[in-house]
Write a protein that binds this ligand. Sequence first.
Ligand code: TA6
Length: 296
Amino acid sequence: MLENFNLTIQKALTAHVSLASGDKGLSYLVIQNEHAEAAISLFGAHLMHYQAKGKHPLLWMSHTTAQDGSKPFRGGVPICWPWFGPSPDDVGLGKQAHGFARNMNWQIEGVSELAEGTLVHLLLESSPESLALWPHAFRLEFEVLIGAELTMSLTTTNTGDSELRYRAALHSYFDTRDTASVKVSGLGAHFLDKLTKSEGTQQDDFVLTAAVDRVYTDPETTVTFTNGYETIQMENGNANSIVVWNPWEQGAAGMADFDSDRWQSMVCVETALTGEGEIVTAGDEHTLSATLRYIA
Ligand code: TA6
């Protein structure tokens, strides 16, 4: 499936990791090991593809996404940081949705081969550009372990001298056989419904029957979902919420970079830190993480 991404290998970094380029000038890491294959864009530290051996590709990517650095990719796992959704009051209203980390070029901090898989370590640091949007010095590290399991860890280090507050999401777009196949459990009862601007209570497992944009505010640590191909456990670290999103037909048609005929084959189930987010004191760090594991 890597061939669908039109990447040209430039050079090998390790036995299992290569640096590649896209046809619109962006750089990528391509990982192929005995457990899985994956592709990550350095623009946004964006995991676009992950496929464990013998399994269906886990992530949905839009075929019409701009991959030229002009806007974030649609699909895969956008990193929303240091805010989620519209910019909150304490950041200043009207800034770009979901923060700026998905819109910036990240550096390769290291790649290492471990028994469980390949660990890719990417880094974004505060810069004049970030400080103009958000007045905090930081180191943001994204570590992705590509093995039979997929682990993503996003660590925020406060390198300034006063506390910072951040919100974030690993905004995962999962590929699905169809909408009827989607079932999610472990979301907890309470949710904020962004479509109806009201609150609701989840009685049973979540099933996908209509447009949805919900923030579940009291999830279990482990969320389990079925995509019609496999059943996957998502073990979340330090998330205070899980977001579930599918724009449905009309919503997809309203987004230029969302293939209008492919909304039936995706659902976002996002590991998130929303609401009040997390306060990180000067010199301290905090990690939001998700491990995805096939259980059937
Ligand atoms: O996580 C769901 C959501 O916040 C939705 O409200 C929807 O707008 C989606 O993210 C995509 O946001 P984007 O800024 O990538 O178009």
